[in-house]
Design a protein around this ligand. Structure first.
Ligand SMILES: [Fe+2]
Length: 191
């Protein structure tokens, strides 16, 4: 692991230990993430591998007490995620490529089988060096897509072990809610 990533993990650990509101913690994580995104050695070759099917979230670090986790999220050219939530706070910094993010406000229960109303909140285009807060409890629903002719690679920091959380995706036309779980991709399996 690169020195800058190691130092970043230490900084996130301190931020999480210090605590505060989700807005305060995500702002501090974003501030620490921004300066390391131009390091060409930040991710290992394994962490940059793209799965042949589905969306790639290569594990970078899971804090032993599961208070936060870090992954390399890679959307391949042409990929668009479903509209989905996270169930925890999250910060994303773009490392390579461009990402388009559409945010939604959900009106209705966060449970499988329910139907909710989704209201578009806005879009943003993010490129290398850009950092944004993807989710807090009150603003947790989005859809992201690769907006470049190369895969978009983002450093994703979440306030939990993302793979342990039950998450929900939302059908745009009907508002139908379905649960799903995310697994960490281990680069050697992805090869
Ligand atoms: Fe997401």
């Amino acid at each position: 692991m690169s020195k800058k990533m190691k130092d970043f993990i230490d900084q996130v650990r301190e931020i999480v230990k210090t605590g505060g509101t989700e807005e305060e913690m995500t702002a501090r994580v974003a501030e620490s993430l921004e300066p390391i995104l131009d390091d060409p050695e930040l991710l290992s070759a394994d962490q940059l591998l793209v799965k042949k099917e589905g969306f790639t979230l290569n594990k970078v670090h899971i804090e032993p007490d599961e208070s936060f986790s870090i992954g390399a999220g890679i959307w391949d050219v042409g990929q668009t995620t479903p509209i989905h939530d996270h169930g925890t706070w999250g910060v994303i910094g773009i490392y390579r490529g461009m990402e388009n993010e559409e945010s939604f406000l959900r009106e209705g229960p966060r449970e499988s089988g329910a139907r909710v109303k989704l209201m578009p909140l806005g879009k943003r285009l993010a490129g290398p060096g850009d950092v944004f807060v993807c989710c807090t409890k009150d603003n947790d629903v989005h859809r992201v897509s690769c907006a470049s002719s190369e895969p978009v690679v983002g450093i994703h920091v979440y306030g939990d072990d993302l793979a342990k959380l039950t998450r929900y995706k939302y059908e745009e036309a009907t508002g139908e809610v379905k649960s799903f779980n995310t697994g960490w991709d281990y680069a050697k399996i992805s090869a």
